[in-house]
Every structure is written in structure tokens, then in C-alpha cells.
Design a protein around this ligand. Sequence first.
Ligand code: C2E
Ligand code: CA
Ligand code: CA
Length: 708
Amino acid sequence: MEPTELIAWRIEPALWGALLAMGWLAAYVALDMGRRIAGSTRPTGRLWLLGGALALGTGIWSNHFIGLIGEQPPLGIGYGGLRSLAAWCVAVGSAGFALTLAFGGRATLLRFGLAGAVLGIGAFAAEVLCFLDLSMAPALVWDPAWAADAVGAVAIGTAIACFIARRMNGKRGGITPGLVQAGAAVVLGASLAGAHRASALSAQLIDSAVSLNHLGAFTGNALSLLAAVGSVFLLGALLMLSVMESRLRAELQTAAGRIDDATHNDALTALPNRASFERRLELAAARADIENKSVALLFIGLDGFKPINDSFGRAVGDQLLGHAAQRLRGSVSRDDLVARVGGDEFAVLMAFDAEKTGVTALARRLMAVLHEPFELEGRHAQITASVGMVMYPLHGAHSTSLLHAEAAARSVKRSGGAACAFFEPHMVGGAREQLELLRDLRQAITHKQLELYYQPKIHAPSGQITGAEALMRWHHPTRGMVSPAIFIPVAERYGLINELGNWLIEDACRQVRLWRDAGLRMRVAINLSVQQLGQEDLVPRIRETLARYRIEPKQLTCEITESAAMDDTRATLAVIEQLVAAGVHLSIDDFGTGYSSLAYLRKLPAEELKIDRSFVLDLETSADARAVVDAVVQLAKALSLKVVAEGVETEQQQDILRKLGCDELQGYLFAKPMSANALLLWAMNDDGPRPIEFRDSLFQMTQPVAFH
Ligand code: C2E
Ligand code: CA
Ligand code: CA
């Protein structure tokens, strides 16, 4: 037998480029689709898997044909067809299996390795089938070493490519996912091209061999061209599908973002809208509660906007609103929130613990920037602003804060605009709201929605708690906690105050008794409204209740505001005298806000004066406030009255008040009003409501009070 010479299939150097390009394209599309498998629902994931498998399998398959363009044997080659078809199926099938392994589950190295092995074997099997389809005679001689190389190249290339595509995405700051994927495709594409070469080297030809199909339907070059062109089309189509899908997805995302924006932001000014303002307010209030701080909000209504809108047209009006929004944004600190809460209405939420002076300063600044002329299409326009200000918790529940600020702004507007004002209860305009409140208030007592909270009074020189002031709280079923600053005026106006007052007397005395039985001898102050002073049975009622609960009258103090005490001088004086005759103490509340004459004050059998909070608030900054407090203390001393300062919030205020000679202090610095049980716990177990309020001087001194 003649020695036969084995030769390898040759590849035109020029075709290497085509092989690499085909490999890269197939790898890129397959990786792109593979990437989507993970993020999709099951049915769509299957479609992406199918697409990826088609791309990768067809790429591998067509590489065989591209590689053999211009093949060597003198007679040329031809394919039988069936085995080539089977090769395509094997290539696509193994690609699908590999992609499932690589992208269908967790990104583990083991899965990547398995995917590589599957694809390596599949790709080589496809090559073998294609070579066999040539029906060479004599048959091809297979070189196992090159075969192993072919399998290994694809296995390693696949594993590396999957690793890059899955694990390195999102980890490299500047590189986009598209680039990472392209890089991974280079690795996989090169390994596919290399594997084809190794397969061709492994399928050795006997020098004289002929392809039995060389005259058949599928001659080598024709099929090769067909495969190459067809594959490129297929890959192109798949790529487009993938690109379109990601466009669509991006568009959907932007659209979703826009919808989201529209629900949170106002389209014209790009400021947050009312709903998102209210959400932020709620958060701020919750935080303020925890940190024992205040929140301030400003409601800004533009005065004179409507005439501009009407005479210059809507477009100009819109422009003005846009400019106004910008100016507001530019005039607040970065953490403050500016929102558009109505047509020509804005609101500002101050980010930091707010004080009245700071809030007023901001309001004035905003009024000033809005007052500067607007340049609107060559025309000057000037407006002013009415600003309503609200502090939470001072002015009531946060759910009403925005409404109250709005009411304050309206009230400013009614009296001419171009000014700012803090909310006051009488500003709550809507008769309907008032009536609703009234209707609910009527049921508050029977439905047990009222509760007395107690705020300790501190003996200034010693720091002892000497008593507590009862402050009414209304747990409204839907509005939450409604401030007495809101509902007391309503009750007064609509004749409900006596009913509330009677409940108050009963409940306060009941509580004194309960505390007493628990070992706490607490002096309690109650607030009497001016209407109650006109109530005929007030004094008998107090007397009777005290007796029923076996309480000495001197344990009870009645606080009457200065203005109430001044109201109807003769009648109130008579009631006050009866009260005092019954042994109850009398305190003049909110002192400094009314206009007591010294002569009248002298006639009042009061025991103490409570300096109004507004003076305490300004103590640190205003020499006037200090002078007033100083004068009140002197006056009180001259009349042998005790002086109580309310609303003490800072250490400095406390220092100043002590130095000026105040006898008692009350305020958030020591304690906020708290439930009766909380106060009892604090007194008996040193168990105050907040850790910051555990100040040694406070509870050391509480015990003697408790066990007197
Ligand atoms: P008021 O009698 O001047 O009570 C003091 C108010 O100041 C209370 O508000 C108290 O919680 C608050 N306060 C105490 N310390 C501080 C502080 O350090 N900082 C600040 N910012 N505020 C402090 P509240 O409980 O909202 O009561 C408001 C007003 O409602 C009372 O003013 C009083 O006039 C009236 N009120 C409350 N309860 C009753 C009641 O049972 N009957 C009557 N007739 N009026 C009541
Ligand atoms: Ca009071
Ligand atoms: Ca007061």
C-alpha cells in the first residue's frame, strides 16, 4: 500500500478576518441576549434564550463554511446536506444549553466552566458533522490532540467571556455595559475562530481524497457563501431585535420616570407639588417629634398675579410663575423645600429646627425677592406676596399645618397683602370646617376623646418640680391630635367651653386624687376661659368637686389670662374673689400681652403672674424683652406675687430667667406636656418620657415631692 500523506485543511489568510468577525458578531448577539435572560420573566426569558442560541449556534456553524471557502482538494467539495443540518441543530442546541448554564442562574464559576465545556464539545461535534457531510474518500483521519485543542479553546473562551459579561458589569466605574459586552464577545469570538481552525487541523485529509458530494446540490463554495450571508443576516436581525428591545425598554423607563415626576412635580415650575410637599412635611414632623424640635412652613400667595395673567395672557403669567419659582428656590437654603401648592401659591418647608424669628426673617426675604420687578417679554411687572407662617407643633397637628399657613396667608391678603403673619386660630376661615370641628367637638367628651396632659412647673432656685399645668388634648378620630389652640377658641365661640370646662374640673380633680393615692402630692393648675368666669355655678362646682375627691383647695391653681381677667372688670373680679375665698390659688396667665393697670392688678387676689411665652422667646436676642421681664419681676415682687416664666426652651433662657429672679419655670427645656401616667412614672421611678430630660436635678428633687 502506498504511503499516504496526511494534510490539513488550509485556510486562506484573508478569511481569518471573516472568521473573527463572524465569531465576534455571533458572540456579541448571544451575550446580549443572554444578559436579558436573567432580568426577564419566564416566557420572555425563553425567547431570549432561543435568540441567543440561534445566534451563537449559527455563528459556530457558519464558521465552518466560511473557513472552507476556497478549499483545497482539486475536485472541490460538496455537502450531502443532512449531516450539515444536524450540525446546525447540534450547534444551536449546545449553544442554548450553554447559555442556560451561563445566564439562567447564579453567576458562579462552576456554571461558567460547565457552559464552556458544553459549548466546546457542541461546537466540535458540529464541525465533525460538517466534515463528515463532505463524504471524503478515503475518509478523514482525526487528530485527537487538535480536537482537544478545539474543545478547550471554546470552553475557556466561553467561561472567560461569561465571567466578563456577568461579573464585571457594573463594577468598573467608567466602562459601559455595552463595552464590557463587546470585550467579552472578542474573547468568545476569537475562541470560536480558533476552534474552527483547530477542528480543521484535526480533520486530516489523505492527500488524494475526494469529496463524493462534489457534484451534488451543495457544492462547497456555494454553500459556504450561502451560510456566511445567511448567518450575517440572521445575526443582524437578532441584533436589531435586541437593540430595539433595549431602546423600547429605555423609553419605557423614561416614560415611567416622567409619569413619576408628574405625580410629584409641577410641570410648569419643576417644583414639587402639593402632594409631595405634604409627604415631606409629614416626615419632617415625625422627625421633629423624635428630636423634640420644631418645623416651620411658609405659605406664599402672590398678590396681583391674576390681573397680570388676565391682561398679559397666560403665557406671560406662566413665565412669571416660572421666574417666581426660581427666585424662591434661590433664596432658601439648599435643604429647605420649595413647592408649588396652588396656581399662584408656593410653600416652603424649613429644613432645620425653626424659631419664630428665623421664620419671619425668611418670610421677609422671600417677600423682598418677589417684590423685585419681573421682566416679561419686554414688560415690567411687579407683584407682592402674602405669607402665612406656621410652626409645628406650636400651631397644631402637622396634618393641618399647610391649611393653617394658607389661612394665615389669606388673612394677610384680606388685610391688604404684602405682609407676613403667623397663624392664629381665628384665621381658620372656612365656616364649614369650623362647623365640622364643632360637630366633632360636641361628641369629644362622650366619646372620651379628651385627655388632660400635664406639664411640670419647676421651682427655679432648687430645680424641683412643684406642680403641673393641665393642658387639654383632643384625640380626634381622623384629624389626629388637635391642639387646644384650635379647639378652645371654637368651643368658646360656640358655647361649648362650659361643658369642656366642667369636664376639665372633674378630670383634673380625679387625677389629683389618683396621684395622691399613688403617693404623689401634685399641685395642679387648670386654665379657665373667660366664658367660664361668667358661669354662675363655676365656684360651687369647683368647691363640690374638690370636696368630693378630698382635695385641699390650695392644691388647685386656676390660670386666667390677663385679658380674661381684664375683660369685664366687675363681674370677673367677683368670681375671682369667690374662687380665692374658696381657697383656690389664682394665676394670671399670658401676662404682658394685655394691658393691666397697676391699680387693677393690685386689686386682684392673685398669687402668681405667668410671663407670656413671647417675652421668653426673645430673651436672648432682645434687650427690650429682658427689660419687660425684669420690670414684671419687680412689679410682682412689689405686689408679693410669684413670677412664673412659661415656654422656656433653652439653657440660656433659663439662666437669664433665674438671674432676673423668676420663681418658677415651665417649658420644653424641662418637659413637654405629658400624660398623667407618664408624669407619675417619672416622679416615682425616675422614668421620664425622653432620655434627654433625665436631668439629675429634676428627678432627685422629684422624690420629696412624691412622698411629702
Ligand atoms: P397656655 O395656657 O399659655 O399654655 C401653654 C402652652 O404653651 C401649651 O400649649 C404648652 O404646651 C405650650 N408650651 C409649654 N412649654 C412650651 C415651650 O417651651 N415651648 C413652646 N413652644 N410651647 C410651650 P397647648 O397645650 O397647645 O395649649 C395652648 C393653649 O390652649 C393654652 O395656652 C391655653 O390657653 C389653652 N388651653 C389648653 N388647655 C386648656 C384648658 O383645659 N382649658 C382652657 N380654657 N384653655 C386651655
Ligand atoms: Ca396656662
Ligand atoms: Ca400662657
